[in-house]
Design a protein around this ligand. Structure first.
Ligand code: G3I
Ligand code: 9MR
Length: 548
C-alpha cells in the first residue's frame, strides 16, 4: 500500500508519500469524502531501500496546500490511509505526547478527572528508599533510609534512572525555551493545570524534584538510579511487589547529566521566582556541586552491582557529558571558567541519545548565542549544528524512502533516533533558515507516523494503523483495551534481544522491518521517557516553524 504520515501536514509543509515500485507512477491525491481530485502528479524513479529490502518510489505532493482530508491513490497499489492538511495538525499529538509523562508519574494516584479511563492508584511512593551497598558512604552507610519521591517511571518498567532522566527533562525544558508561546498556551489537563506555571514546566518539575533528591547532600555526588533489584511483574503500579527500592552507586555520567539538567532548569525557572522562591538558585547550586563531584571523580563508570539486574544505562565515555554540563553551567551562571572547561573547539555535534549528549551543548549554546559573554566564539557556535544537519540532509536527499534513517540508526529505540535527527535539523533551520533542513526534519516525523516500512503509526492513540500493544506495564495491566495514549514505541531494529521472551516471531530480520506490536517485545515495542521527549519537541517545532 501507499505509505504516508497518517496524521498529515501543515498546509505549507513538504509532503511526500512512498509507493511500491509495482504501482503506476501517475499519482492522485483525492478528497477522502467526495473522491474529488485534489492533486495529480508523477512519482520519482524506483529505488531500493536496503534497510527494508523494498523497492519504492517517492511522490512529492507539496503543491497541495488546501486544507482538507485526503487519500493518495495510484493504479497497482492499495490507497494510503486518510490524512489531513491543516494548520495546527500536530497540536493534539503534542498535547498527548506531553501528557504521557503525567501518565508515567511515580508516587501519585491518577484521578479520573485528569486520567479518564486510565485513572489508577498510586504506586512506588519512594518515601523510604535504602542506600544500596554500592552507594554506601560513612555519612550514609548501607541501609540508610532516604526519601526520593516523585519522578517519572523510565519506560515500561517502574524504575527511575538519572542518566535517562537528564536528556528527557532537558529536551522538555529546551522545547519550552525555544517555543515559549506555544507551550504557555498548551494545556494538558494535569492536576497543576491552571496554576501560574505552563503545564510543561509543572510536568518537568515533577521529575526535577525527584532528581534533586538523588543528590547526596554531603558530597554533591548523584546516584545512578532508584530501583528494585529485579523488574516488577507486568502489573499496575499499586500491585507491584513492594520489594525494597534502592539508590545505587554514584557515577560520573549521572553527576554530569544531573548538573547539565539542573543548570538548564535553574535558568528556565528564574522568571518564576515568585511561584517557587529560591528554587532557581537551589538548582544552580546543586548543579555546581554535582560538577565539582564529577571533576573529583572523572571516570566512575556505572555497572549494575551484584544482585541488581534492572536497566543499566551504562556509559563509560564522559567527554560528551563534561561538555554538555560545562555548556549549561556557562550559560546559566555566566562564569567564563565553564566555557573554557567545555573545550568547545574539540566538541563535535552528533544526534543526541542517552549515551551521547554533546549535541545538547550545541543546542543550548546556539539558542543563547546572542546573550553569551565575550569568551564565547560566535563563529564556532553555529558550525557543528550546521555541519551535522548538512550530513543528515544529504542522507535524506539520497534515501529511497526519503528519510535520514539508515544503517546504524536502527538501534534499540530507533524511532527516537529519527526524532532526535529531526530535532537537530530543526536547530540548524532555526539558525540559518535553510528550507531543506525543515523538510528533512518533517521526514522524521512522517517516518514515525506511518511513512515507514512497517506501515504502523508508532504513537499510541494516533494514526489509522496505530501501535496497540506496547511493552508498558500500565497499558498491559489496566484492563482498558486501548494502550495509554501519547507514547512512542521504540521501533524496529535487528537486535531482537527479547526473542527468548516473545512467543510471537519477528516478521523479518531486516532492520526497518524487525518489529513486533506485541507487549512481549521490550526491544522493539517498549516506551520510554527519552523517546517521548523528542516527540514533544519535534511536534511543537513543526507546528510553530511550519506555520511561519
Ligand atoms: O555500546 C554498544 C556499541 O559499542 C555497539 O556498537 C552497538 C551495536 O549494537 O551497541 C551498543 O550497545 C547498545 C547500548 O544500548 C548502547 O546504545 C546495546 O546493543 C543495546 O542493547 C543497548 O540498548 C539499551 C537497552 O536499554 C538495553 O540495555 C537501550 O539503548 C536503552 O534505551 C534501553 O533502556 C531501557 C532500560 O535499560 C530499562 N528501562 C526501559 C528502557 C527502554 O527499553
Ligand atoms: O520490562 C523490562 C524492560 O523495561 C527492559 O527494557 C527490558 C530489558 O532490560 O527488560 C524487561 O524485563 C524483562 C526482563 O529483562 C526479562 N524477563 C522478562 C521481563 C519482562 O518482560
Amino acid at each position: 500500500e501507499i505509505r504516508v504520515n497518517q496524521l498529515g501536514f501543515l498546509p505549507q509543509a513538504h509532503k511526500v508519500a512512498v509507493l511500491p515500485a509495482g504501482a503506476n507512477g501517475d499519482v492522485e491525491v483525492i478528497d477522502a469524502a467526495s473522491g474529488a481530485l485534489a492533486w495529480r502528479g508523477r512519482a520519482g524513479p524506483a529505488a531500493m531501500w536496503k534497510e527494508s529490502g523494498e523497492t519504492v518510489m517517492l511522490a512529492d505532493f507539496s503543491a497541495l496546500t488546501r486544507t482538507g482530508e485526503y487519500r493518495i491513490r495510484a493504479a497497482g497499489a492499495a490507497p494510503s490511509e486518510r490524512f489531513s492538511v491543516r494548520a495546527g495538525v500536530y497540536v493534539e499529538l503534542n498535547r498527548a505526547a506531553l501528557k504521557a509523562f503525567y501518565f508515567n508519574r511515580s508516587g501519585i494516584a491518577l484521578d479520573a478527572a485528569h486520567a479518564g479511563v486510565h485513572a489508577r492508584a498510586a504506586g512506588h511512593p519512594d518515601t523510604r528508599v535504602l542506600v544500596h551497598a554500592s552507594a554506601a558512604s560513612s555519612v550514609r552507610p548501607e541501609g540508610t533510609v532516604i526519601a526520593s519521591p516523585k519522578g517519572w517511571y523510565d519506560a515500561g518498567d517502574y524504575n527511575k534512572y538519572i542518566v535517562n532522566s537528564g536528556i528527557s527533562t532537558y529536551t522538555l525544558l529546551a522545547a519550552f525555551e525555544h517555543f515559549p508561546g506555544y507551550f504557555t498556551r498548551l494545556r494538558t489537563g494535569i492536576p497543576e493545570s491552571g496554576n501560574t506555571l505552563p503545564d510543561i514546566l509543572d510536568e518537568a518539575l515533577w521529575n526535577l524534584e525527584w532528581m534533586l533528591s538523588m543528590q547526596d547532600p554531603y558530597d554533591g555526588g548523584v546516584y545512578n538510579k532508584l530501583t528494585n533489584q529485579n523488574f516488577d511483574g507486568m502489573v499496575m503500579p499499586d500491585k507491584a511487589s513492594g520489594a525494597p527500592r534502592y539508590v545505587v552507586q554514584k557515577g560520573t555520567a549521572a553527576a554530569l547529566d544531573f548538573a547539565a539538567t539542573m543548570a538548564t532548569a535553574s535558568r528556565v525557572m528564574q522568571p518564576y521566582e515568585q511561584q517557587r522562591p529560591g528554587l532557581s538558585a537551589r538548582m544552580l547550586a546543586a548543579a555546581e556541586a554535582a560538577w565539582e563531584w564529577a571533576r573529583a571523580n572523572p571516570a566512575v563508570a556505572f555497572r549494575n552491582p551484584p544482585g541488581v539486574v534492572t536497566g543499566e544505562y551504562g556509559d563509560a565515555s564522559f567527554d560528551d557529558e563534561f561538555a554538555w554540563a560545562a555548556a549549561e553551567l556557562y550559560i546559566s551562571s555566566g562564569k567564563d571558567s565553564y566555557y573554557a572547561a567545555m573545550k568547545p573547539a574539540a566538541v563535535t555535534a552528533s544526534v543526541p541519545e542517552w549515551a551521547d549528549v554533546r549535541g545538547l551543548a550545541w543546542i543550548s549554546l546556539a539558542h543563547h548565542r546572542k546573550h553569551l559573554s565575550a569568551a564565547a566564539d560566535q563563529r564556532l557556535i553555529a558550525g557543528p549544528i550546521d555541519g551535522l544537519a548538512a550530513a543528515l540532509a544529504a542522507k535524506w536527499r539520497a534515501s529511497a524512502y526519503g528519510v535520514p534513517m539508515q544503517g546504524g540508526d536502527f538501534v534499540w529505540g530507533s524511532n527516537a533516533v529519527a526524532l532526535n535527527q529531526s530535532m537537530m535539523l530543526l536547530q540548524a533551520y532555526r539558525l540559518n533558515g535553510k528550507r531543506d533542513y525543515l523538510d528533512a526534519a518533517q521526514a522524521g516525523l512522517d517516518y514515525v507516523l506511518g511513512r515507514n516500512a512497517t506501515a504502523y503509526s508508532f504513537v499510541t492513540g494516533f494514526g489509522a494503523r496505530q501501535v496497540l500493544h506496547p511493552h508498558h506495564r500500565p497499558s498491559v495491566a489496566d484492563q482498558v483495551a486501548a494502550p495509554v495514549p501519547g507514547f512512542l514505541a521504540g521501533g524496529p531494529h535487528a537486535g531482537q534481544q527479547d526473542k527468548g521472551d516473545c512467543k510471537v516471531p519477528y516478521p523479518s530480520a531486516l532492520p526497518a522491518l524487525s518489529y513486533i506490536d506485541d507487549d512481549c517485545s521490550y526491544a522493539s515495542n517498549e516506551v520510554a521517557i527519552n523517546w517521548n521527549a523528542p516527540l514533544v519537541y519535534v511536534s511543537a517545532a513543526l507546528d510553530v516553524l511550519g506555520d511561519a
